[in-house]
Design a protein around this ligand. Sequence first.
Ligand code: PEP
Length: 249
Amino acid sequence: MKPIIAANWKMNFTIDESLNLIDEIIKKSPSNEAELIFFPNYISLRSVQQKLFDSAYKVGSQNVHHDESGAFTGEVSASMLSVLNLDYVIIGHSERRQYFYESDDQVNQKIKRALSVNIKPVVCIGETIDQRKSGKTIEVLTRQLNKAFEEIESFNANMILVAYEPVWAIGTGVSADKNQVLEAHALIKQTLASIFSENIPILYGGSVNASNAFELINLNNVDGFLIGGASLKSESFCQIIENVLVENN
Ligand code: PEP
């Protein structure tokens, strides 16, 4: 399986800036040895999707609403996204859980919405620093996974990606260390195996950069990365891609 490298641009970039960054990345890393996924903001989504249409690069939305339609000012539904022929959608990112109070139950509904329109959910889970310090990491990850995939039939398994993103590692410059990643990914693998029979790719996210990508991609059960800060510049993003591919060749 190709390593998966996903760029979560969060609330950054105008349409032109998004398109320029794509240009720079394609020029520097034309390789299709990795599966590259771009997650621009809603405004840039259509232009980025059109630019990359029919290419090996994939495009996804950073969010989707958990309801089909209705009085939810400012929100976007799965069927609206499906018109754009998107490949992926990020669901349950810790910033959504933290700042927009998204619950495990809403995460579960969002996954169902995405699957119903054939968009692959990248389901984010991760513990806070307090939960880790009080020895609750395993409990939190297990609960988030079981709840996220409640009543989701196993034939959907080949549509799903999971990203382990410890909340304390996101945007802090402090990545989880080797043992923390190994332990969490083994647990996630085991829990997913008890829910689905198929192998579900597990990404790591949280302060991935050019210096730690080499070590992290080589760990057991790490199938790729979800990258925030380091995906905002072509230099750092392409350096990560290069280091990942060195390790995989
Ligand atoms: C993220 O927001 O998903 C993320 C992993 O951010 P960063 O790479 O900046 O830690």
